[in-house]
Write a protein that binds this ligand. Structure first.
Ligand SMILES: Cc1cc2nc3c(=O)[nH]c(=O)nc-3n(C[C@H](O)[C@H](O)[C@H](O)COP(=O)(O)O)c2cc1C
Length: 191
């Protein structure tokens, strides 16, 4: 089975992202067709990018970067749970993506977004980054509205049909995560 990280893309105190990621994790775990793990950016305490060399060189000088790299490297695919901030993703998630390179390559990804309009603009920006990081992003996405999937914009109460959207997105992430395995093995010299 492939390993899929569900990455909480918000670090804000009182964030909605944690409840959303927990819900995705619970639905995902029920499937039994992949290993899912919640990855909380908060636990990695990444500062604004403070490595001397660009991540594409593979040189990581700092222990915090190495810990983040080891965690991300251990997965075959990702689900990014992203808020929409100023029509884009969070600075925290962009920064966390910028820290690494090879660890992201030849992996699959899907998105769960939330915001006033479902967070779709955050995902459009993330999709631009995915190409540069050699992450294959799937078409299906989950868009949660602060108006209809939350009470008072802060208590998460997803509409029933959102569970189907999660399943469709995960179907695609798992299929592509598995399909890309030969490329990952080739990169490790095992192909
Ligand atoms: C700095 C900031 C900018 C925001 N900009 C947008 C926006 O452009 N579009 C939108 O739909 N919601 C916007 N929102 C609302 C957030 O999507 C909403 O508060 C969401 O719950 C934030 O995610 P979080 O609670 O996990 O941090 C913004 C919120 C913040 C804090």
């Amino acid at each position: 089975m492939i390993k899929v990280a569900i990455i909480i893309g918000s670090t804000r105190p009182g964030r909605n992202g944690e409840a959303v990621a927990q819900w995705v994790g619970d639905l995902a775990t029920k499937r039994g067709d992949a290993d899912f793990e919640l990855v909380d950016l908060k636990n990695f305490d990444l500062p604004l990018l403070d490595e001397v060399m660009p991540a594409s060189t593979g040189r990581y000088d700092l222990p915090r970067t190495r810990a983040w790299a080891a965690k991300i490297d251990s997965f075959d695919a990702y689900v990014f749970v992203t808020p929409e901030y100023n029509h884009s993703t969070s600075g925290a998630l962009k920064n966390a993506l910028d820290f690494l390179y090879a660890e992201w390559n030849n992996k699959a990804a899907g998105f769960v977004s939330y915001g006033v309009n479902g967070g779709t603009r955050a995902v459009e920006h993330l999709r631009l980054m995915m190409g540069e990081l050699q992450i294959a992003d799937v078409r299906a996405q989950v868009t949660l509205s602060l108006h209809t999937d939350f009470e008072n914009y802060s208590v998460f109460r997803p509409a029933a049909q959102q569970e189907n959207a999660v399943d469709t997105m995960l179907d695609q992430v798992i299929a592509w995560g598995e399909a890309l395995r030969p490329l990952r093995e080739q990169a490790l010299g095992r192909g």
